[in-house]
Design a protein around this ligand. Structure first.
Ligand code: T1G
Length: 693
């Protein structure tokens, strides 16, 4: 019998407890232990009248053990565990707490009853791993909560709060007192009241009253439209549809076949890579023992677009935050932006009014910098200019209490130089949020040469507390993400001169899976932002510079690389821009010829990957997975392709090296020459993933 699963009895109720930290994943030993103990408790022992399934630690089973995927299956399967539960002639009650997810929720759906602790969040997140529920979730969930809700839960992968689960019939009772004791009491009542033991799989009433097939297909079409390029959403819809069209046993087999196909797919391998890379990216081996400071109060300097978003992050996480602006007008504008954002979210039903009011109440606005003296962390988000930032850091140095963390939201500038403009560079760190800061999940945590382990650990912990995905990077111009992005920008401009048009380049990248192409993104962000930066750095972009000289800054001027109808964000190709591109190419003696989608994608991504290899060799990023996480959570790289470095490995570094060499011969650009690390790995027939952690 497995140590990870144990059984005790409590007045005739067998309590089977899983204890497999950290998240009670149902790995082989847990499954074997469950089948053994459930069968025993279900057996003839008259002393046992009911069973409770519970978990020790911070959560009920949070799913199958993802590290087992791709390995030879070890029976019993999760399905066999559920069959053992369903074969039990005595009431089985699942006692849920924390995050019963995936196979964990499916296990609970195999029980007759489910009770849960307050704060429990229940879901089937498999879609985020490029798979679908594979142990009956697509068949049992709609039978409990109805098809509409089941479809929303399975296709979003987002968990629902326990109150919602109670209202929708997913759980039978919320236990405010001791959970296991409450579950035992529930089991005893079920025995005493001879409650019928109807298996979830046999419940048809919610399906019968649910959508007809046409409604199902209409709703399904809305989801598939948004899931471009991904296989799992379509498979989930097929499995859910089977719940309406097939007998349950056949539908369960259909689900299983689809699951097995997906779990072996490259898309799922890529998304599983991102799952684990996301958790690795915040780990810095040499500061493992450093203790993060407690953060009771925060401050943000600057209430512009980024400052307002960062302020909301702290308020959303329950941390009182003071936001400082130079003038009352600027402060009012910033606070109005914050309130407007909250009101819009509340209007869309994404936030309850009382919670909105609570968040706004955590925000204090001021024009007095001295007001941040007792903050535990200060995030500077002022204009992206070194002189301006150093002046602010110098003043903060004289105000902020000792031991507080002073962070900069700069997206390019030298954190070491900012540290040197204070007397405490050990307390200085970069916290690079992405716009909109209250939405985008990525946080590049920039470690300066003097940043102390405690300061770094604090910035990472704060990032997590704000619900971000922290990735630790070193100091260089543009850190990891923007440094690679700049190369993509250079290449995109080159492709225009060589024969492509903005909409062709953008279409190639959106077909690849990005939400937006470089030119539509430039128009959204404002072409003048990049223009100012290029001028400051003595750099140029042949087409974008001309557009800016013509006052075409993108959406904000209704003209950029594209035309925009008044009030519309839909980019329309502009013949005037096409003429400008053709003329510029002619002036520069560049012969234009048609470029295919694949060629465009290679030209945009391979130089970035090459720069990624340089970044790894310089130690600016610790792992290739960190780069992948940065691109997936900060720049829209499709998760089902695993990020640029994982994608490169899937193509083979030899192929990438050879393409880059061809690009270098064509463009004469030395940056296209394969980076030494890429060259070495390609020569050895290895990939980035083979690099030691
Ligand atoms: N398998 C293996 N390891 C897991 C794991 C899992 N399912 N979940 C978490 N871990 C590890 C994680 O890598 C980390 O390790 C540690 O646990 C803590 O996690 C049949 C087939 C539960 C909400 O997708 O969403 O069931 O870094 O840092 O922030 O249909 O973990 O410490 O070495 O994330 O508190 C479906 C995945 C699986 C849930 C907790 N389940 N997990 O978040 O901690 S597929 C999921 C999470 C499935 C069935 C199918 C989160 C969490 P390390 P953490 P956290």
């Amino acid at each position: 019998m497995s140590e990870l699963v144990s059984m005790r009895t409590d007045g005739g109720v067998a309590v089977i407890t899983i204890d497999n930290p950290p998240v009670n994943a149902i790995k082989y030993e847990v499954r074997a232990g469950l089948v053994d103990l459930v069968s025993r408790a279900a057996g003839g022992d008259a002393g046992i009248s009911a069973i409770v399934i519970a978990c020790a630690g911070r959560t009920f089973v949070a799913g199958a053990d993802i590290t087992e995927f791709g390995k030879p299956p070890r029976p019993p399967s999760a399905i066999a565990v559920i069959e053992a539960l369903e074969a039990c002639p005595k009431p089985v009650v699942a006692a849920l707490h924390g995050t019963p997810l995936g196979g964990g929720l499916e296990l609970a759906l195999g029980c007759h009853f489910r009770v849960a602790a307050p704060g429990t969040r229940l879901g089937l997140p498999e879609i985020k791993l490029g798979i679908i529920p594979g142990a009956g979730g697509t068949q049992r969930l709609p039978r409990l909560v109805g098809m509409e809700k089941a479809m929303a839960m399975i296709l979003s992968g987002e968990p629902i709060p326990v109150r919602d689960a109670l209202d929708s019939g997913l759980v039978d009772e919320i236990v405010d007192s001791d959970l296991v004791a409450g579950a035992i009491a529930f089991a005893r009542r079920a025995v005493a009241e001879k409650r019928p033991l109807v298996l979830v799989r046999d419940r048809e009433e919610k399906l019968a009253n649910a959508w007809g097939l046409s409604q199902f297909d209409t709703a399904a079409a809305n989801y598939t439209k948004r899931a471009r390029g991904q296989n799992a959403p379509a498979a989930a819809i097929t499995a859910l549809r089977a719940a309406i069209t097939l007998p349950v046993a056949d539908a369960l087999r259909r689900e299983r076949d689809l699951f097995l196909e997906l779990v072996a797919s490259d898309q799922s391998k890529a998304q599983r890579h991102i799952f684990f890379a996301e958790r690795e990216a915040a780990k810095v081996p040499d500061i493992a023992s450093a203790k993060a400071h407690d953060i009771a109060k925060a401050a943000v300097i600057g209430a512009g677009t980024m400052g307002a978003g960062i302020t909301m992050c702290f308020a959303n996480a329950g941390i009182p935050v003071t936001v400082v602006e130079t003038s009352a007008d600027a402060l009012t504008r910033g606070l109005d932006t914050v309130k407007r954002n909250y009101r819009n979210t509340a209007a869309r039903g994404g936030l309850a009014t009382d919670e909105m009011d609570a968040r706004i109440a955590r925000i204090t606005g001021t024009t007095d910098l001295a007001a941040v003296a007792d903050a535990d962390i200060v995030v500077e988000a002022v204009f992206e200019d070194m002189g301006v930032k150093q002046e602010v850091f110098g003043r903060l140095d004289g105000i902020v209490k000792s031991g507080a963390v002073i962070a900069s939201n700069t997206s390019y500038l030298d954190i070491d130089a900012l540290g040197r403009s204070t007397t405490r560079p050990q307390s200085v760190v970069g916290m690079h949020f992405f716009s909109p800061a209250n939405v985008m999940r990525l946080l590049e945590v920039v470690r300066g040469a003097a940043t102390s382990p405690e300061t770094l650990a604090t910035a990472i912990a704060v990032g997590r507390k704000l619900g971000k995905v922290p990735a630790v990077v070193g100091v260089c111009h543009g850190f990891v993400g923007n440094r690679m992005l700049r190369l993509r920008g250079v290449e995109a401009e080159r492709l225009l001169l060589e024969g492509a048009l903005p909409h062709e380049v953008d279409a190639a990248l959106t077909d690849f899976g990005f939400p937006m192409g470089p030119f539509a993104m430039g128009d959204l962000a404002g072409l003048d932002v990049g223009w100012r930066m290029r001028k400051a750095q003595g750099l140029s972009a042949p087409i974008a510079d001309q557009l800016c000289e013509l006052g075409r800054y993108g959406q904000k001027t209704s003209r950029g690389f594209y035309l925009y109808e008044p009030g519309s964000r839909t980019p329309k190709p502009d013949p005037e821009v096409e003429r400008l591109i053709v003329d510029t190419a002619a002036q520069r003696g560049v012969a234009r010829s048609p470029l295919g989608k694949d060629a465009i994608v290679e030209r945009l991504l391979f130089p970035m990957i090459n720069e990624g290899a340089r970044i790894l060799r310089e130690g600016i990023a610790q792992r290739p997975g960190d780069i992948d996480v940065i691109w997936v959570y900060g720049y829209g790289f499709p998760a089902y392709r695993g990020g640029p470095m994982h994608y490169a490995d899937s193509l083979g570094l030899g192929y990438i090296r050879d393409r880059l060499t061809a690009f270098a011969d064509k463009t004469g650009d030395g940056r296209h020459r394969p980076a030494p690390l890429l060259d070495e790995l390609a020569a050895a027939g290895r990939g980035f993933a083979s690099l030691p952690a």
